[in-house]
Design a binder for this molecule. Structure first.
Ligand code: ADP
Ligand code: MG
Length: 284
């Protein structure tokens, strides 16, 4: 028989900004005992601001124009922040050839004969490029720019915690074990997690690391909900017992998720949990 209450629940939940692609995810959501939360675009607004430019060579306008030339090709929130900053300054963007983006790492391309890389410290180190160590501003993210294998500058970006993040986390902790899983580096991850009230953090996670962590938890019999927004979250969203995608996120995430928070409100996840419990009470 058709579980009528599930149809009713999914129908009215869509009006509240939650889209369940199929009724069965409600049942699975009710059973989850771990929630993994992505940082950028999920716990944070996903609308970072470029706060500082450090140029070791060529000047601020020069390094910004090179970085923005690559960034305009990317959908990553950090890349988009660099583009906005360049537009605000009226920067002309040089042409880019052979653009390539590395999930969780950065992006590269050829600009006026030089190989330009923009990405995080760990990735540049992997490429044999040694960025200067900086004093980290708590909760801020730093990206580096390299020209022909030499680090020539860095950018400090800040993405605001969603205003309701702490409250949402507090409620979720009553329902399940809450973790933050992020591709960002340890100091930035730890500061945002602390502000959100999350005490379990995995940082510097590549897309495949997020996936492996879910499989490890499932191997121990845990039922996992994952909430994320990025291309880097798609594999994890698909593998989780229930994947929840932020409505403001990438198409890849929304396609991979079982549930889409179409209003892009983090608090909708609480609505989804409440819904899953109410519905099951009606079914049985
Ligand atoms: P999160 O899991 O927090 O959403 P991501 O996996 O999307 O983070 O990114 C992790 C890190 O990888 C970023 O903090 C950044 O350092 C780097 N990165 C990924 N894609 C890009 C890009 N297009 N431009 C610059 N940096 C990037
Ligand atoms: Mg993200």
């Amino acid at each position: 028989a058709t579980p009528v209450s599930i149809l009713i629940a999914t129908g009215s939940s869509a009006r509240r900004g939650i889209l369940f692609k199929e009724g069965s995810s409600l049942e699975r959501l009710r059973q989850t005992d771990v929630i993994l939360m992505d940082k950028t675009g999920t716990l944070t607004e996903g609308w970072p601001q470029l706060k500082e430019i450090h140029a070791y060579r060529g000047g601020g306008a020069y390094v910004l124009s090179r970085a923005a030339a690559l960034a305009v090709r990317s959908a990553h929130p950090l890349a988009q922040a660099i583009v906005r900053a360049a537009r605000d300054r009226g920067t002309l963007l040089p042409e880019v050839q052979q653009f390539h983006e590395w999930a969780g790492k950065g992006m590269e391309g050829h600009v006026e004969g030089s190989r330009v890389r923009v990405g995080n410290r760990k990735w540049l180190l992997e490429q044999g490029i040694h960025p200067d160590r900086h004093e980290d501003l708590p909760g801020h993210t730093r990206l580096y720019i390299a020209l022909n294998g030499e680090c020539v500058g860095s950018f400090v970006l800040n993405d605001k915690l969603r205003q309701d993040a702490r409250k949402v986390v507090q409620v979720l902790k009553e329902k399940a074990d809450v973790w933050m899983v992020t591709g960002d580096e340890e100091p930035a991850a730890a500061a945002v997690a602390a502000a959100a009230g999350i005490h379990q953090v995995r940082a510097e996670m590549l897309p495949e690391d997020k996936l492996a962590f879910i499989q490890e938890l499932q191997g121990r019999g845990r039922k996992v909900a994952m909430i994320g927004d990025g291309i880097n979250d798609a594999a994890a969203l698909a593998a989780a017992d229930v994947g929840l995608a932020m409505g403001g996120g990438t198409d890849a995430a929304k396609q991979a998720g079982d549930v889409v928070l179409i209003g892009n409100r983090l608090s909708s996840i609480i609505g989804a949990y409440t819904w899953s419990r109410l519905t099951m009470r009606n079914v049985h």
